[in-house]
Design a protein around this ligand. Structure first.
Ligand SMILES: *Cc1c(COP(=O)(O)O)cnc(C)c1O
Length: 375
Protein backbone atom coordinates (compact mmCIF):
# COMPACT_ATOMS: atom_id res chain seq x y z
CA UNK A 1 0.00 0.00 0.00
CA UNK A 2 1.18 3.53 -0.64
CA UNK A 3 2.21 6.01 1.96
CA UNK A 4 2.69 9.76 1.63
CA UNK A 5 -0.11 11.82 0.20
CA UNK A 6 -2.56 8.94 0.53
CA UNK A 7 -1.76 8.51 4.21
CA UNK A 8 -4.51 9.03 6.73
CA UNK A 9 -3.07 11.43 9.31
CA UNK A 10 -3.66 11.17 13.04
CA UNK A 11 -5.09 14.70 12.93
CA UNK A 12 -5.76 17.01 9.98
CA UNK A 13 -5.06 20.57 11.07
CA UNK A 14 -5.09 21.84 7.49
CA UNK A 15 -8.74 20.91 6.92
CA UNK A 16 -9.71 22.80 10.06
CA UNK A 17 -7.61 25.78 9.03
CA UNK A 18 -9.39 26.11 5.68
CA UNK A 19 -12.65 26.82 7.50
CA UNK A 20 -11.19 29.72 9.46
CA UNK A 21 -8.40 30.94 7.15
CA UNK A 22 -10.05 34.20 6.14
CA UNK A 23 -11.16 35.18 9.61
CA UNK A 24 -7.64 34.53 10.87
CA UNK A 25 -5.85 36.56 8.19
CA UNK A 26 -8.19 39.45 8.89
CA UNK A 27 -7.47 39.14 12.61
CA UNK A 28 -3.71 38.96 12.06
CA UNK A 29 -3.87 42.17 9.99
CA UNK A 30 -5.79 43.83 12.82
CA UNK A 31 -3.11 42.80 15.37
CA UNK A 32 -0.24 43.91 13.10
CA UNK A 33 -1.89 47.30 12.74
CA UNK A 34 -2.54 47.64 16.47
CA UNK A 35 0.93 46.59 17.65
CA UNK A 36 -0.60 44.94 20.75
CA UNK A 37 1.07 41.54 20.61
CA UNK A 38 0.93 40.29 24.20
CA UNK A 39 -2.41 40.13 26.07
CA UNK A 40 -4.46 43.21 25.11
CA UNK A 41 -8.09 43.41 23.93
CA UNK A 42 -7.95 40.36 21.66
CA UNK A 43 -6.83 38.10 24.52
CA UNK A 44 -9.39 39.66 26.88
CA UNK A 45 -12.12 38.99 24.30
CA UNK A 46 -11.07 35.37 23.92
CA UNK A 47 -11.00 34.92 27.72
CA UNK A 48 -14.59 36.21 27.96
CA UNK A 49 -15.78 34.10 25.04
CA UNK A 50 -14.12 30.89 26.23
CA UNK A 51 -15.42 31.38 29.78
CA UNK A 52 -18.93 31.84 28.34
CA UNK A 53 -18.53 28.79 26.10
CA UNK A 54 -17.49 26.65 29.08
CA UNK A 55 -20.00 28.13 31.49
CA UNK A 56 -17.25 29.12 33.93
CA UNK A 57 -16.95 32.57 35.47
CA UNK A 58 -13.28 33.24 34.67
CA UNK A 59 -10.74 32.24 32.05
CA UNK A 60 -7.15 33.47 32.33
CA UNK A 61 -4.99 33.05 29.23
CA UNK A 62 -1.45 31.78 29.85
CA UNK A 63 1.46 30.63 27.70
CA UNK A 64 0.67 26.89 27.56
CA UNK A 65 -1.17 24.08 29.30
CA UNK A 66 1.70 23.00 31.53
CA UNK A 67 1.93 26.54 32.92
CA UNK A 68 -1.85 26.59 33.40
CA UNK A 69 -1.66 23.61 35.77
CA UNK A 70 1.46 24.85 37.54
CA UNK A 71 0.07 28.34 38.06
CA UNK A 72 -3.28 26.97 39.26
CA UNK A 73 -1.47 24.78 41.82
CA UNK A 74 0.65 27.71 42.97
CA UNK A 75 -2.39 29.99 43.13
CA UNK A 76 -4.30 27.61 45.39
CA UNK A 77 -1.31 27.64 47.72
CA UNK A 78 0.37 24.27 47.16
CA UNK A 79 3.57 24.50 49.19
CA UNK A 80 7.01 23.09 48.49
CA UNK A 81 7.26 19.48 49.59
CA UNK A 82 3.50 18.84 49.54
CA UNK A 83 2.12 15.86 47.63
CA UNK A 84 -0.18 16.12 44.64
CA UNK A 85 -2.04 13.05 43.37
CA UNK A 86 -2.26 12.34 39.63
CA UNK A 87 -2.93 9.33 37.38
CA UNK A 88 -0.01 7.27 36.06
CA UNK A 89 -1.63 7.38 32.61
CA UNK A 90 -1.42 10.95 31.36
CA UNK A 91 0.74 13.22 29.24
CA UNK A 92 3.98 13.95 31.09
CA UNK A 93 3.03 17.64 31.46
CA UNK A 94 0.64 16.90 34.33
CA UNK A 95 3.53 15.52 36.39
CA UNK A 96 5.93 18.26 35.25
CA UNK A 97 3.52 20.97 36.38
CA UNK A 98 3.28 19.37 39.83
CA UNK A 99 7.06 19.13 40.22
CA UNK A 100 7.58 22.65 38.91
CA UNK A 101 5.07 23.94 41.48
CA UNK A 102 7.46 22.53 44.10
CA UNK A 103 5.33 19.51 44.99
CA UNK A 104 5.95 15.79 44.93
CA UNK A 105 3.94 13.72 42.43
CA UNK A 106 1.89 10.97 44.11
CA UNK A 107 0.84 8.62 41.33
CA UNK A 108 -2.31 6.51 41.34
CA UNK A 109 -3.72 3.88 39.00
CA UNK A 110 -6.49 4.18 36.43
CA UNK A 111 -9.70 2.22 35.91
CA UNK A 112 -9.58 -0.43 33.18
CA UNK A 113 -12.83 0.63 31.47
CA UNK A 114 -12.11 4.32 30.80
CA UNK A 115 -8.37 4.58 31.58
CA UNK A 116 -9.06 7.55 33.90
CA UNK A 117 -7.86 8.20 37.47
CA UNK A 118 -9.33 5.47 39.68
CA UNK A 119 -10.96 6.81 42.87
CA UNK A 120 -10.03 3.68 44.85
CA UNK A 121 -6.35 3.96 43.94
CA UNK A 122 -6.43 7.76 44.38
CA UNK A 123 -7.84 7.33 47.91
CA UNK A 124 -4.92 5.02 48.74
CA UNK A 125 -2.47 7.72 47.59
CA UNK A 126 -3.86 10.25 50.08
CA UNK A 127 -1.48 10.99 52.95
CA UNK A 128 -1.07 13.67 55.59
CA UNK A 129 1.12 15.53 53.06
CA UNK A 130 -1.50 15.56 50.31
CA UNK A 131 -2.26 19.13 49.26
CA UNK A 132 -4.06 18.54 45.98
CA UNK A 133 -5.30 16.08 43.40
CA UNK A 134 -5.09 16.60 39.64
CA UNK A 135 -7.63 14.38 37.86
CA UNK A 136 -6.94 14.28 34.12
CA UNK A 137 -9.88 14.36 31.72
CA UNK A 138 -7.97 12.15 29.33
CA UNK A 139 -8.90 11.46 25.70
CA UNK A 140 -11.91 13.82 25.84
CA UNK A 141 -14.03 12.76 28.81
CA UNK A 142 -14.11 13.78 32.44
CA UNK A 143 -12.65 11.62 35.21
CA UNK A 144 -15.27 10.49 37.80
CA UNK A 145 -15.36 13.74 39.75
CA UNK A 146 -17.83 12.91 42.53
CA UNK A 147 -15.96 9.78 43.53
CA UNK A 148 -12.60 11.56 43.22
CA UNK A 149 -13.81 14.44 45.41
CA UNK A 150 -14.80 11.87 48.04
CA UNK A 151 -11.40 10.18 47.69
CA UNK A 152 -9.59 13.51 48.06
CA UNK A 153 -11.50 14.31 51.23
CA UNK A 154 -11.47 17.74 52.80
CA UNK A 155 -7.67 18.05 52.96
CA UNK A 156 -6.89 17.96 49.25
CA UNK A 157 -7.93 20.65 46.79
CA UNK A 158 -8.77 19.59 43.25
CA UNK A 159 -7.24 21.14 40.13
CA UNK A 160 -8.42 19.52 36.90
CA UNK A 161 -6.25 18.84 33.87
CA UNK A 162 -8.70 19.65 31.08
CA UNK A 163 -6.19 19.86 28.23
CA UNK A 164 -7.95 17.11 26.27
CA UNK A 165 -11.52 17.98 27.23
CA UNK A 166 -12.53 21.28 25.62
CA UNK A 167 -16.32 21.26 25.50
CA UNK A 168 -16.68 18.05 27.54
CA UNK A 169 -19.07 17.91 30.49
CA UNK A 170 -20.13 15.58 33.31
CA UNK A 171 -23.72 15.78 34.51
CA UNK A 172 -23.91 18.90 32.36
CA UNK A 173 -21.05 20.58 34.25
CA UNK A 174 -17.73 21.68 32.70
CA UNK A 175 -14.12 21.19 33.86
CA UNK A 176 -13.27 23.87 36.40
CA UNK A 177 -16.65 23.58 38.12
CA UNK A 178 -15.69 20.46 40.07
CA UNK A 179 -12.30 21.51 41.40
CA UNK A 180 -11.09 24.95 42.42
CA UNK A 181 -9.74 25.40 38.90
CA UNK A 182 -8.97 23.61 35.66
CA UNK A 183 -6.00 24.09 33.39
CA UNK A 184 -6.25 23.61 29.66
CA UNK A 185 -3.88 23.64 26.69
CA UNK A 186 -4.44 25.09 23.24
CA UNK A 187 -1.51 23.20 21.71
CA UNK A 188 -2.25 22.99 17.95
CA UNK A 189 -3.45 19.37 18.05
CA UNK A 190 -5.96 19.87 20.88
CA UNK A 191 -9.70 20.09 20.10
CA UNK A 192 -9.33 23.87 20.28
CA UNK A 193 -5.83 24.47 18.98
CA UNK A 194 -3.78 27.62 18.47
CA UNK A 195 -1.01 28.14 15.90
CA UNK A 196 1.65 27.93 18.55
CA UNK A 197 1.58 27.46 22.30
CA UNK A 198 -1.22 28.76 24.49
CA UNK A 199 -3.20 27.68 27.53
CA UNK A 200 -5.71 28.88 30.10
CA UNK A 201 -6.91 28.48 33.66
CA UNK A 202 -10.67 28.28 34.23
CA UNK A 203 -12.18 28.96 37.61
CA UNK A 204 -15.37 30.21 39.21
CA UNK A 205 -13.31 32.07 41.82
CA UNK A 206 -12.53 35.71 41.00
CA UNK A 207 -9.84 35.68 43.67
CA UNK A 208 -8.09 32.63 42.22
CA UNK A 209 -8.33 34.03 38.68
CA UNK A 210 -6.68 37.20 39.90
CA UNK A 211 -3.87 35.28 41.58
CA UNK A 212 -3.19 33.29 38.40
CA UNK A 213 -3.17 36.50 36.38
CA UNK A 214 -0.67 38.06 38.75
CA UNK A 215 1.61 35.00 38.77
CA UNK A 216 1.59 34.78 34.98
CA UNK A 217 2.54 38.41 34.45
CA UNK A 218 5.65 38.91 36.58
CA UNK A 219 3.63 39.34 39.77
CA UNK A 220 2.31 42.60 38.45
CA UNK A 221 -1.08 44.18 37.91
CA UNK A 222 0.23 47.56 36.88
CA UNK A 223 3.31 48.01 34.79
CA UNK A 224 6.53 47.98 36.86
CA UNK A 225 4.68 47.38 40.14
CA UNK A 226 5.61 43.85 41.19
CA UNK A 227 3.81 42.76 44.31
CA UNK A 228 5.23 39.25 44.28
CA UNK A 229 7.63 37.02 42.40
CA UNK A 230 5.94 35.80 39.25
CA UNK A 231 6.54 34.23 35.88
CA UNK A 232 6.28 35.15 32.25
CA UNK A 233 3.26 33.13 31.13
CA UNK A 234 0.94 35.18 28.96
CA UNK A 235 -1.21 34.48 25.94
CA UNK A 236 -0.31 36.41 22.83
CA UNK A 237 -2.79 38.23 20.68
CA UNK A 238 -2.11 36.30 17.45
CA UNK A 239 -3.03 33.07 19.24
CA UNK A 240 -6.18 34.70 20.62
CA UNK A 241 -7.21 35.56 17.04
CA UNK A 242 -6.86 31.91 16.02
CA UNK A 243 -8.66 30.64 19.11
CA UNK A 244 -11.59 33.07 18.72
CA UNK A 245 -12.09 32.04 15.10
CA UNK A 246 -11.95 28.34 15.96
CA UNK A 247 -14.09 28.68 19.08
CA UNK A 248 -17.10 29.49 16.85
CA UNK A 249 -16.73 26.05 15.30
CA UNK A 250 -15.76 24.06 18.37
CA UNK A 251 -19.23 22.77 19.20
CA UNK A 252 -19.77 21.63 15.61
CA UNK A 253 -16.27 20.12 15.40
CA UNK A 254 -16.81 18.23 18.67
CA UNK A 255 -20.11 16.94 17.30
CA UNK A 256 -18.35 15.72 14.18
CA UNK A 257 -15.78 13.96 16.38
CA UNK A 258 -18.65 12.25 18.24
CA UNK A 259 -20.14 11.10 14.94
CA UNK A 260 -16.76 9.80 13.77
CA UNK A 261 -16.29 7.96 17.09
CA UNK A 262 -19.74 6.35 16.73
CA UNK A 263 -18.81 5.30 13.20
CA UNK A 264 -15.60 3.66 14.45
CA UNK A 265 -17.69 1.87 17.11
CA UNK A 266 -19.81 0.40 14.28
CA UNK A 267 -16.91 -0.38 11.97
CA UNK A 268 -14.79 -2.07 14.65
CA UNK A 269 -17.37 -3.79 16.85
CA UNK A 270 -17.10 -7.01 14.84
CA UNK A 271 -13.37 -7.45 15.47
CA UNK A 272 -13.14 -9.54 18.63
CA UNK A 273 -9.49 -8.79 19.40
CA UNK A 274 -10.25 -5.08 19.68
CA UNK A 275 -11.42 -3.42 22.91
CA UNK A 276 -13.35 -0.25 22.07
CA UNK A 277 -13.25 2.95 24.15
CA UNK A 278 -16.19 3.54 26.50
CA UNK A 279 -17.96 6.69 27.59
CA UNK A 280 -18.67 6.85 31.32
CA UNK A 281 -22.27 7.44 32.44
CA UNK A 282 -23.13 11.14 32.59
CA UNK A 283 -20.23 12.23 30.40
CA UNK A 284 -20.43 14.18 27.18
CA UNK A 285 -17.25 12.98 25.42
CA UNK A 286 -15.44 15.24 22.95
CA UNK A 287 -13.15 12.53 21.55
CA UNK A 288 -9.81 14.27 21.60
CA UNK A 289 -8.49 10.76 20.92
CA UNK A 290 -10.18 7.51 19.94
CA UNK A 291 -8.17 4.93 21.88
CA UNK A 292 -8.66 1.21 21.32
CA UNK A 293 -6.76 -1.67 22.94
CA UNK A 294 -5.29 -4.50 20.90
CA UNK A 295 -2.99 -7.49 21.44
CA UNK A 296 0.49 -7.44 19.81
CA UNK A 297 0.21 -3.66 19.86
CA UNK A 298 3.66 -2.60 18.66
CA UNK A 299 3.46 -4.86 15.64
CA UNK A 300 -0.10 -3.74 14.86
CA UNK A 301 0.91 -0.07 14.98
CA UNK A 302 3.94 -0.73 12.82
CA UNK A 303 1.81 -2.44 10.15
CA UNK A 304 -0.83 0.30 10.31
CA UNK A 305 1.85 2.93 9.79
CA UNK A 306 3.31 0.99 6.88
CA UNK A 307 -0.16 0.97 5.32
CA UNK A 308 -0.36 4.75 5.63
CA UNK A 309 -2.61 4.84 8.71
CA UNK A 310 -0.94 7.21 11.14
CA UNK A 311 -2.05 5.53 14.33
CA UNK A 312 -0.15 6.61 17.47
CA UNK A 313 0.19 5.71 21.15
CA UNK A 314 -0.94 8.01 23.97
CA UNK A 315 1.11 7.13 25.95
CA UNK A 316 3.56 4.24 25.49
CA UNK A 317 5.18 4.48 28.97
CA UNK A 318 3.29 5.24 32.18
CA UNK A 319 4.59 8.48 33.69
CA UNK A 320 5.87 6.97 36.97
CA UNK A 321 8.28 4.84 34.87
CA UNK A 322 9.72 7.76 32.89
CA UNK A 323 13.29 8.69 33.93
CA UNK A 324 12.56 12.12 35.48
CA UNK A 325 10.06 10.56 37.92
CA UNK A 326 12.04 7.49 38.96
CA UNK A 327 13.42 9.25 42.01
CA UNK A 328 10.05 9.25 43.76
CA UNK A 329 10.15 5.61 44.76
CA UNK A 330 7.85 4.08 42.17
CA UNK A 331 8.66 1.11 39.99
CA UNK A 332 7.26 -1.42 37.53
CA UNK A 333 4.18 -3.20 38.90
CA UNK A 334 3.04 -0.32 41.12
CA UNK A 335 0.15 0.62 38.82
CA UNK A 336 -0.76 -2.56 36.95
CA UNK A 337 -3.77 -1.18 35.08
CA UNK A 338 -1.89 1.85 33.73
CA UNK A 339 1.13 -0.28 32.85
CA UNK A 340 -0.98 -2.90 31.04
CA UNK A 341 -2.89 -0.19 29.18
CA UNK A 342 0.39 1.36 28.02
CA UNK A 343 1.18 -1.92 26.25
CA UNK A 344 -2.17 -2.24 24.44
CA UNK A 345 -3.51 1.22 23.60
CA UNK A 346 -3.63 2.63 20.06
CA UNK A 347 -5.02 6.03 19.05
CA UNK A 348 -6.71 5.83 15.66
CA UNK A 349 -6.87 8.82 13.30
CA UNK A 350 -9.74 11.05 14.43
CA UNK A 351 -10.51 14.66 13.60
CA UNK A 352 -13.65 16.60 12.66
CA UNK A 353 -12.98 16.35 8.93
CA UNK A 354 -12.22 12.63 8.69
CA UNK A 355 -14.35 11.02 5.98
CA UNK A 356 -16.38 7.82 6.05
CA UNK A 357 -14.08 6.39 3.37
CA UNK A 358 -11.01 7.18 5.48
CA UNK A 359 -12.54 5.52 8.52
CA UNK A 360 -13.40 2.43 6.46
CA UNK A 361 -9.79 2.31 5.28
CA UNK A 362 -8.60 2.53 8.88
CA UNK A 363 -10.92 -0.33 9.88
CA UNK A 364 -9.77 -2.48 6.96
CA UNK A 365 -6.13 -1.73 7.69
CA UNK A 366 -6.66 -2.65 11.35
CA UNK A 367 -8.14 -6.04 10.39
CA UNK A 368 -5.16 -6.69 8.13
CA UNK A 369 -2.66 -5.52 10.74
CA UNK A 370 -4.16 -7.83 13.38
CA UNK A 371 -3.98 -10.75 10.93
CA UNK A 372 -0.42 -9.91 9.86
CA UNK A 373 0.76 -9.62 13.46
CA UNK A 374 -0.78 -12.97 14.42
CA UNK A 375 1.43 -14.95 12.05
C1 LIG B 1 -1.36 18.84 26.05
C2 LIG B 1 -1.49 18.43 27.46
C3 LIG B 1 -0.93 19.17 28.51
C4 LIG B 1 0.05 20.31 28.38
O1 LIG B 1 -0.14 21.22 27.45
P1 LIG B 1 1.03 22.12 26.80
O2 LIG B 1 0.24 23.22 26.20
O3 LIG B 1 1.72 21.25 25.80
O4 LIG B 1 1.91 22.58 27.88
C5 LIG B 1 -1.20 18.78 29.81
N1 LIG B 1 -1.94 17.70 30.08
C6 LIG B 1 -2.47 16.93 29.10
C7 LIG B 1 -3.29 15.75 29.47
C8 LIG B 1 -2.25 17.27 27.77
O5 LIG B 1 -2.76 16.48 26.81
Amino acid sequence: MTVGTDAIPLVDLQAAHLEVAEEISGGFRRILASGAFIKGPEVAAFEREYAAFCGIAHCVGVANGTDAIELALRAIGVQAGAEVILPANTFVATAEAIVRAGARPAFADIDPDHLLLDPVSAAKAVSTDTAAMVPVHLYGQLAPMDALATAAGSGAAIVEDAAQAQGATQGGKPPGSFGLAAGTSFYPGKNLGAYGDAGAVMTDSADLAQRVRLLGDHGSERKYEHVQLGFNSRMDALQAVVLRAKLHRLEEWNERRRQAAARYDDLLSGIDEVILPRTAHGNVHVWHLYVIQVPRRDHVVQVLNEMGVRAAIHYPVAVHLQPPFRGYGYGPGDFPVAEAAADHIVSLPLYPHITVAQQQMVADALRRALRASAT
